[in-house]
Design a protein around this ligand. Structure first.
Ligand code: SF4
Length: 350
């Protein structure tokens, strides 16, 4: 059982982050900011995939149009990612954005920070402070010699103090690095020093395979420590894949339990059935199932029935056919071609 860090709760549109709220999965649009149509289409795809918060870059004032378009197109909360320019933040707040990602230490004078904090406070818009290894200030790099976890944590705490100076505490923090060990250490340091909710992510994690592996280790380690309130898997690929990976990390850590848990064997010389295709098909067909059941997909009857005893339902391969088990009891023998359909039929009955 994970003992979750007590964080305060922040509201982003129709999603709550922190406290006892479920850990949300977010992603980011990657179409050119000026291409409103492509971004709207991608936002719809992310919403369809279950994405709970969508972030978009707003590189200039013209791109604020995108916020209006996205707010009209999807119900998922929209986050504006802004660097330096407080005017863009003010325009996004006026456009009805649900959260702003900006680092207050980079905005400039106190007046500008105050203007952003006041506009966000009036509209109930939280601010995410997003520190990453590349954004650590020169003074901290000089002090620590490199963007160490201590340097990143100190940078985050400094940004927090700037907002707190203006009585703004509707804050979410991220402290990302592409180095997984540094990322884990930095989040642990910040988790001890404040109770703001934490957005977890490994930045610039890489292409699909390594990006998901690095994100799983970084995000997964922290989640199993009880740290983290919302997550973003970052991969150089279609962001819809980030959403699926995010939910899969929550499933693998046994945090998301309103879904089937699939056990499947690695296959071996005893396997006489195309178990690899079968297991992939079962996983695909159960992607939207919300039953908290254990489903065993085993290659033979040597271990199949044993595993199926722990499982609510399972199949074990034979030669061109398979057995369907329910709590270890054989239900029937089924032709290989009908095996997945029959398994789905049984799962529907549970
Ligand atoms: Fe091999 Fe059977 Fe074990 Fe699968 S369950 S790895 S087929 S012995």
């Amino acid at each position: 059982m994970i003992n979750r860090r007590k964080s305060r709760q922040v509201t982003v549109g129709n999603v709550k982050i922190g406290g006892d709220e479920q850990i949300s999965v977010q992603s980011m649009l990657n179409k050119p900011a000026q291409d409103i149509e492509a971004n709207v289409q991608q936002a719809k795809e992310l919403q369809e995939a279950g994405c709970q918060i969508i972030r978009t870059s707003v590189p200039d004032v013209q791109a604020v149009q995108l916020i209006y378009a996205l707010k009209n197109a999807v119900t998922v909360p929209i986050v504006a990612d802004i660097h330096f320019d407080h005017k863009i933040a003010l325009e996004c707040a006026a456009a009805g954005v649900d959260k702003i990602r900006i680092n207050p230490g980079n905005i400039g004078s106190d007046d500008k920070v105050k203007a952003v904090a006041t506009a966000c406070a009036q509209k109930g818009i939280p601010i995410r402070i997003g520190v990453n290894s590349g954004s650590v200030e020169k003074e901290l790099l000089a002090k620590y010699g490199a963007p160490t976890p201590q340097a990143m944590a100190e940078s985050a705490m400094n940004h927090i103090k700037i907002l707190e100076k203006f009585d703004f505490e509707d804050i979410i923090i991220s402290i990302k690095s592409s180095n997984v060990q540094n990322m884990i250490s930095a989040y642990r340091l910040v988790a001890e020093q404040c109770d703001y909710p934490l957005h977890l992510g490994v930045t610039e994690a890489g292409t699909e395979r390594m990006g998901i592996i690095k994100s799983s280790i970084g995000i997964g380690s922290l989640l199993t420590d009880g740290i983290g309130d919302t997550i973003r898997v970052s991969i150089t690929d279609n962001p819809v894949k980030e959403v699926y990976a995010g939910f899969d990390i929550l499933k693998a850590a046994d945090i998301k339990t309103d879904c089937p848990r699939i056990i499947s064997c690695p296959t071996c010389g005893r396997t006489k059935i195309d178990l690899i295709s079968i297991a992939n098909e079962v996983e695909q067909r159960l992607r939207n199932c919300n039953k908290p059941i254990v489903v065993a997909v085993m290659g033979c009857v040597v271990n199949g029935p044993g595993e199926a005893k722990q499982a609510d339902i399972g199949i074990a391969g034979g030669d061109g056919e398979g057995l369907i088990f329910k709590h270890g009891e054989i239900l029937r023998k089924v032709d290989e071609k009908m095996l997945v359909d029959e398994l789905m039929r049984e799962i529907e009955r549970i």
